[in-house]
Write a protein that binds this ligand. Structure first.
Ligand SMILES: C[S@@+](CC[C@H](N)C(=O)[O-])C[C@H]1O[C@@H](n2cnc3c(N)ncnc32)[C@H](O)[C@@H]1O
Length: 490
């Protein structure tokens, strides 16, 4: 008879053997990365289920070799659950199925867990609507555990079409699995998923977040300090997190957060954070890891305006340079206008021209040109190595007064200002340590997303002007911006 610990050991041995036989490229096709043992055990430990229930039904969609189901069943039995456990595992990769079958058979023998393997496309085999044409309610589970495939699919893929309620453009499989898992969750049921962090902000995930918070509340979040530790030796580019949601409308006053650097969770730290600090009213989710970050959030969240509400909307530059070659010029010509690139943003200013190619645009097309007025420009892309995510430069029309229009490459964002002090004031905000840190908590990627910036809480337009007046004449340093902002935002 196999013991409950052995069953997990066996599952991990077979998983390792499988990983050795299939090239990584092939596994990538299915978004196939297996959860490490410590991570699977941690995920299983998060469930807080009613042990008085006679039967518990588990869903593991994209089960791979079955390690998550096994870790969860082992945990339930270890905690003394005596009732019936039934696991339903979906898996569409034929190569992994024999291992999944063996592992679940072993689980059945050792812990009496019933299982069903469905060799099917999980997403297409469900009906995403609450009740389908034949009035069938979706299959319901008490617990959903998963490490969904991470894979972008076209917006007209059958999975995307079947779940258009949560999609915006070309979706990623991971949040379609997550949304479908919520659909399959019984009221009051719990779901633990390991997922990338990208869903927490941005317009692309807005529909998904709205669906998530219509049905569920977050109870736990775990953040990994390092990206390469979650999938034992398999370097994964995305930053990863574990989340537990509960299908209910009742929020707990706080979310149980945890974070660790080490792959074996030895250095795990726990902390409780107010629900409203993590899930903002605009449904962005802030992954706070320290008291310092909490303070940053509470300072910024004390502001009641947004760039959007103040008519200071940030927009993305107009020109995709490699698609508009016919209108680009290396030198000034009659009727040509400045074209601002992100490399022109330097030391808090826009230094144009700087002698590179295609710095002028010769066109009368209105869609390619914008009024020459005062602006704040912000780079859209920075690299991980750079110490600031928000890098901006003040552009004053008085420095380029010979031009009626200018144009912008699509790798810069810009905010149109009606006076220099407004451009200076916005610089104080976006060049401060406070807002750079806030933006990093909000968005794990290196791209500066204008939708997110437009929804950040900021001081009123009047205050921004006053901040700007204070900066005029000073050096455009982060330090000076911090001194000004510290007087206005406490
Ligand atoms: C990231 S792996 C996780 C495997 C396992 N749950 C674990 O945690 O180790 C995702 C799994 O989902 C499977 N998969 C991908 N698309 C699927 C789909 N549409 N339906 C069912 N399974 C799918 C892949 O073959 C892969 O085994």
């Amino acid at each position: 008879m196999v013991s409950s610990q052995d069953v997990l050991n066996i599952a991990y041995r077979t998983t390792e053997a499988f990983v050795d036989t299939i090239p990584k490229q092939e596994r990538k096709k299915y978004g196939q990365f297996f959860t490490s043992r410590k991570t699977a055990e941690f995920m299983a430990s998060l469930f807080a289920i009613d042990y008085a229930k006679e039967e518990l039904k588990i869903l593991d969609a994209g089960a791979g070799t079955g390690v998550l189901t096994i870790a969860l069943a082992v945990q339930l039995r270890k905690n003394g659950y005596k009732g019936q456990i039934t696991a339903v595992c979906y898996e569409k990769d034929a190569k992994v199925l024999p291992i999944l079958f063996k592992n679940l058979e072993c689980l059945n023998e050792s812990l009496g867990v019933c299982y069903e393997i469905r060799r099917d496309n999980y997403l297409l085999s469900q009906n995403f609507n609450e009740i389908d044409l034949f009035n069938r309610v979706a299959e319901q589970y008490d617990m959903v555990i998963g490490n969904p495939p991470y894979q972008k699919i076209p917006k007209d893929a059958p999975e995307a079409k079947a779940m258009c309620e949560v999609c915006h453009g070309a979706p990623n499989m991971y949040f379609l699995f997550w949304a479908m898992g919520i659909h399959n969750l019984r009221a009051g049921g719990e779901m633990v998923y390991i997922i990338p962090r990208s869903w927490t902000s941005g317009a692309y995930f807005e529909r998904f977040r709205s669906y998530l918070f219509r049905h569920c509340v977050i109870t736990n979040i775990h953040i990994f300090g390092s990206r390469d530790k979650v999938f034992d030796g398999e370097f994964v580019l995305q930053e990863t997190m574990i989340i537990k949601v509960k299908k209910t409308k009742e929020k707990s006053p706080y979310i149980r957060m945890s974070s660790c650097q080490a792959s074996d969770f030895v250095d795990i730290r726990y902390y409780n954070v107010n629900y409203g600090t993590i899930v903002a009213p605009n449904q962005f989710v802030f992954l706070v890891t320290s008291a310092e970050e909490l303070e940053i959030l509470s300072r910024v969240n004390s502001q009641t305006n947004t760039l959007q509400s103040d008519d200071l909307r940030m927009r993305t530059g107009l020109i995709v340079d490699f698609r508009s070659r016919e209108v680009l010029r290396d030198n000034s010509e009659d009727g040509s206008y400045p074209l601002i690139y992100s490399h022109h943003i330097r030391n808090g200013r826009v230094s144009w021209p700087d002698g590179r190619k295609a710095e002028y645009i010769l066109t009368q097309k209105r869609g390619y040109l914008q009024e020459n007025t005062d602006y704040l420009f912000v780079k859209r892309f920075t690299s991980k190595e750079e110490n600031r995510r928000l890098q901006c430069g003040i552009y004053l029309k008085s420095d380029f007064s010979q031009y009626k229009y200018i144009s912008t490459q699509n790798k810069v964002n810009y905010i149109r200002c009606d006076a220099p002090e407004l451009a200076y004031g916005l610089f104080v905000i976006l060049n401060s340590t406070l807002y750079d840190s806030y933006y990093r908590i909000l968005n794990g990627s290196t791209q500066v997303n204008s939708t997110e910036i437009n929804l950040m809480p900021v001081p009123s337009k009047d205050t921004i002007r006053q901040m700007g007046r204070e900066l005029i004449g000073m050096e455009l340093t982060e330090d000076n911006c911090n001194k000004i902002i510290d007087r206005w935002i406490r």
